[in-house]
Design a protein around this ligand. Structure first.
Ligand SMILES: C[S@@+](CC[C@H](N)C(=O)[O-])C[C@H]1O[C@@H](n2cnc3c(N)ncnc32)[C@H](O)[C@@H]1O
Length: 499
């Protein structure tokens, strides 16, 4: 069980602009911040779901870089305020703006608190580097690592396994027991000036890095010897005692999230858990508070939960917040429940849009996702070419049917049963005050094209013409269109209509 901070609530996902949400946190309360903001935030919906046709001119890009920095500056000021002096901060970005971000962060966190520019190689080859493109492939992201001012920040040294080539060239000696080792230098660096002791070791006088007592002990243990006639004494460093190579600032051993991977949520901006495990593992300890103020599908939160840290997530997108909640339930077996949360076990999501007025204000894309997810459906990811379908509902009866089928399949090995995938109802969403007859007409066309007998429509309200048409359509074809209002969804009065 993770403990709750006395100062702030953890295991909370806040839905909203992090500028507003961070204002509610006290000064210096967080141990580790990781952020991975979308490059061009005023179009975050496209970026979150993947920008397909990015082809902007230099002027466009430059203007948007400036806008991006202006957008990020006040948010980073807030982040610096909530970071503890002993805290660490990682900003994940790429070539689009990393150099501008570095200048901004130097101003906010202080140049002296800059620790590393980490290069994460996120792909092996890129279409950028195809024949004909006149630049090198852009295959890495940049992580800028700062600390909060104190030298006393957590640091858990991480190691990488030694490569075969390194082992061959550095651990070339083998002792009588077959253990690989290398001869290491024993002389005191800086000689007398650095206060190294001067004495005789195995007949050789010099400045040494260890005290005479320690050296005598190492000689007695057989760890110090003269490698060859006339050579100076050396230390035997064994391969099987090596932790590996201290991790450096180029990370080329963490592959991106593969679309087929179990952790994949289907979002192009999703970062791999292993990357966040590394950052959180190095820069925090169990019980510390980790904050991701642009949490996307929640990779940092999942990693923090797995590594027994406390966490806070913020994302402006209600869809994103729901994805994180689902992920926490599935991947961490954590329940979204206020009572459990108070008892220190579950998690909660705060500030999701809950009123009709709030839902009128969110962008159409978010509105569609909100409605589809509220109905228990699966949103259509492609926002273009969705052919009039915003989401699909797979009715429970179809899932039951699939279970039966799965059991039958086990019994009748070889029999194929894919019927479940074809049992779905389309959902059409309109963020309109009054859906009219033409909207219903075009949904009927979609139902006919897809050969569906039932479909769901979501809107704020319907004109009487629209409702008459739904009746006429049923009488003529036997097919059902269920008109749902936002109010019904908010009041959760939809259960019978969905049945
Ligand atoms: C690149 S994604 C983060 C992906 C994340 N690292 C992961 O692995 O899933 C950026 C996220 O920032 C969110 N976002 C954009 N503007 C925001 C703001 N002003 N406040 C909070 N979140 C914001 C977007 O909705 C998006 O989910």
């Amino acid at each position: 069980m993770t403990r709750r901070s006395a100062l702030i609530d953890t295991r909370v996902i806040y839905c909203g602009d992090c500028l507003d949400q961070l204002a509610g946190l006290p000064n210096h309360c967080v141990d580790l911040i990781y952020i991975d903001p979308p490059f061009n935030s005023n179009r975050n919906y496209e970026v979150f779901w993947g920008e397909t046709k990015e082809k902007r001119s230099f002027e466009d890009r430059h203007a948007s870089t400036q806008a991006y920095i202006e957008f990020m500056r006040p948010r980073c000021v807030q982040l610096a305020r909530v970071l503890k002096e002993t805290g660490s901060f990682y900003y994940h970005c790429d070539w689009h703006a990393s150099h501008y971000v570095k200048v901004m962060l130097d101003q906010i966190f202080g140049e002296n608190n800059f620790q590393n520019e980490i290069v994460w190689k996120r792909s092996t080859a890129h279409t950028d580097a195809r024949q004909g493109s006149k630049h090198f492939g852009r295959i890495h992201d940049v992580l800028l690592f700062y600390t909060g001012g104190s030298q006393d920040y957590p640091w858990n040294q991480l190691y990488q396994p030694l490569g075969e080539e390194y082992i061959r060239s550095h651990y070339s000696q083998v002792d009588e027991e077959g253990r690989r080792f290398q001869w290491d230098n024993l002389s005191g660096p800086g000689a007398a000036a650095k206060g190294n002791p001067y004495y005789e070791v195995l007949g050789v006088k010099g400045y040494w890095r260890y005290s005479k007592e320690r050296m005598d002990k190492l000689i007695a243990e057989g760890r110090v010897a003269i490698p060859s006639k006339g050579a100076t004494p050396r230390y035997k460093r064994y391969l099987d005692e090596s932790k590996g190579l201290a991790l450096q600032s180029v990370w080329d051993d963490l592959p991106p999230v593969n679309s087929q991977a179990r952790e994949s949520q289907g979002y192009p901006t999703q970062k791999p858990i292993a990357l966040l495990d590394r950052i959180i593992g190095a820069s925090s300890n169990p019980g510390d508070i980790v904050l991701d103020a642009f949490c996307g599908c929640g990779t940092a939160l999942i990693s923090a939960q797995n590594l027994k840290r406390q966490w806070i997530g913020i994302d402006i997108s209600p869809t994103s917040c729901r994805v994180v909640a689902n992920r926490l339930r599935k991947e961490c077996a954590l329940r979204e429940n206020e009572d459990l949360w108070r008892a220190g076990r579950g998690f909660i999501v705060r500030d999701l849009p809950r009123s009709e007025a709030e839902l009128r204000k969110i962008p159409p894309f978010e509105f569609e996702n909100w409605a589809v997810i509220a109905l228990g459906g699966i949103p259509n990811k492609a926002q273009v070419g969705d052919k009039g379908i915003d989401g699909r509902i797979y009715p429970v009866s179809a899932i039951e049917h699939r279970r039966d089928a799965a059991q039958r399949r086990e019994r009748e090995a070889g029999a194929r049963e894919l019927g479940f995938m074809d049992q779905w109802y389309p959902i059409q969403v309109k963020q309109k005050d009054k859906t009219g007859r033409p909207d219903i007409d075009s949904f009927e066309a979609v139902m006919a094209r897809e050969d569906r007998t039932k479909g769901f429509f979501v809107s704020f309200d319907y004109s009487s013409d629209a409702l008459t048409e739904i009746d006429r359509y049923f009488r003529k074809s036997g097919n059902v269109i269920v008109p749902l209002t936002v109010k019904e969804i908010l009041d959760e009065q939809i259960a019978q209509k969905l049945a």
